[in-house]
Design a protein around this ligand. Structure first.
Ligand SMILES: Cc1cc2nc3c(=O)[nH]c(=O)nc-3n(C[C@H](O)[C@H](O)[C@H](O)COP(=O)(O)OP(=O)(O)OC[C@H]3O[C@@H](n4cnc5c(N)ncnc54)[C@H](O)[C@@H]3O)c2cc1C
Ligand code: SF4
Ligand code: SF4
Ligand code: SF4
Length: 351
């Protein structure tokens, strides 16, 4: 493990810029903007920019996942995808949610159920305004807003910029849905008790993730290669080495390899496929397009899932521990290939 620079350096935005943003390790998670106590950081076109005076408090440095990884140099072994308390496969029984969702509709069903039961009073989810390749994080305050945010958006998404809105709207029991990078920065914010944004939250839901894409470059590749009108997309999907794009005209596809040029730079340094920092991690690899694989990681994740199971809203199977390796084989294979294909962020130079 390398050590933090011993040379007296100010822990400020200039340091974040030098060690994370400029070298291309930033993943646009939005955490730094959220925690800055003087609102000096703003995500501009997905890049954190200093927009007013930095008071050198170090909050952004403390919580940035990439800064922490550069300092701590964690190991990412093959064949490991984090803590598992319980494992399930299956889908929602709620057909209206299933029809609107990406896979088995588990994420949306868990959120809607928790809200109906007053276990959460808000959920940070990701909707879109112009088209599905322009994700817009939002604090959903009712079931309809949660439903509208269903389905995956494959471009960079500053989810954590919405954390301060929890305080502003006087909510205290919020679920945060994010990709592994969002989950990790969020866990740093909790660990450091660095609550510049003074946020509280109840559940972290993680989505499996191989990569995100730069929105402009991704839109260009798709419209140039497939002649698609991006505004008409009703669903985007990523499976079996291809991206699929659904619109009222039908479904078209393109090989993921052909979109390599649009892969977000910061994703090249990502080693977490299975959302290891979440309370509950959800994907679909190995279980088909209309279903989910659900890794319950801790008691909060178990509590959230059980809300829906108790009301008989899910058609899920609990997988006995001896069958975990078999059911997780595809996820582990993908996680291994992500770790092999990507690289760890380099340690911070101390001289
Ligand atoms: C960029 C990306 C890459 C993924 N890669 C894989 C993969 O390689 N293998 C795999 O098994 N699964 C992957 N997933 C997860 C998968 O696409 C589904 O999200 C998951 O199976 C849950 O399905 P669901 O039907 O329960 O989701 P739904 O019920 O449709 O809910 C989806 C939730 O995800 C949120 N969301 C959508 N896009 C984003 C985003 N960009 N950032 C944060 N939150 C978002 C929405 O707000 C919504 O709450 C990926 C998801 C994303 C967004
Ligand atoms: S969080 Fe602190 S160190 Fe970072 S930009 Fe804001 S004031 Fe500066
Ligand atoms: S990775 Fe997240 S916290 Fe770090 S600089 Fe980028 S947006 Fe900020
Ligand atoms: S590959 Fe990693 S860094 Fe990139 S969006 Fe997915 S979780 Fe975030």
């Amino acid at each position: 493990m390398s050590e933090e620079p011993t040379r007296k350096r100010r822990r400020n935005f200039a340091m974040l810029n030098r060690e994370v943003i400029k070298p291309g390790y930033c993943v646009s998670c939005g955490g730094c903007e959220a925690v800055c106590p003087v609102y000096a950081i703003s995500m501009e076109q997905l890049v954190p920019k200093l927009v007013s005076g930095c008071i050198n408090c170090g909050a952004c440095i403390d919580i940035c996942l990439r800064y922490k990884q550069r300092v701590e140099q964690p190991e990412y072994p093959q064949n490991e995808i984090g803590e598992i308390l319980e494992l399930y496969t299956g889908r929602t029984k709620l057909e209206d949610i299933h029809a609107r969702s990406q896979n088995g509709g588990i994420v949306t069903t868990l959120l809607v159920t928790a809200m109906k039961k007053n276990e959460i009073d808000g959920a940070i989810v990701t909707t879109h305004v112009s088209d599905l390749l322009g994700p817009v994080p939002t604090l959903a305050l009712n079931e309809l807003e949660i439903l509208k945010a269903a389905k995956s958006k494959y471009t960079l998404n500053p989810v954590l910029t919405k954390l301060p809105s929890i305080k502003l709207s006087h909510k205290s029991k919020v679920a945060v849905v994010g990709l592994p990078c969002h989950n990790e920065t969020l866990s740093n914010i909790i660990e450091k008790k660095n609550l510049g944004a003074d946020f509280r939250h109840k559940y972290t839901i993680g989505l499996f993730c191989m990569s995100s894409y730069e929105p402009t470059a991704f839109r260009d590749i798709i419209s140039q290669n497939l002649g698609l009108s991006i505004a008409n997309l009703t669903k985007t999907d990523c499976a079996r080495g291809k991206f699929f794009f659904e619109s009222p005209d039908g479904v078209t596809d393109i090989k993921i390899k052909e979109c390599g040029g649009a892969k977000a730079k910061g994703c090249k340094y990502c080693m977490d496929f299975a959302a290891e920092f979440a309370d509950i991690s959800i994907g679909n690899i190995g279980v088909g397009d209309d279903s989910n694989i659900i890794i319950v990681r801790n008691k909060e994740g178990k509590e959230l899932l059980e809300l829906a199971i108790k009301d008989n809203l899910l058609d899920v199977e609990k997988i006995p521990e001896e069958k975990w390796p078999e059911k997780l084989a595809a996820a582990i294979k993908l996680s291994n290939s992500k770790r092999k294909g990507n690289e760890s962020v380099p340690p911070i130079e101390t001289k």
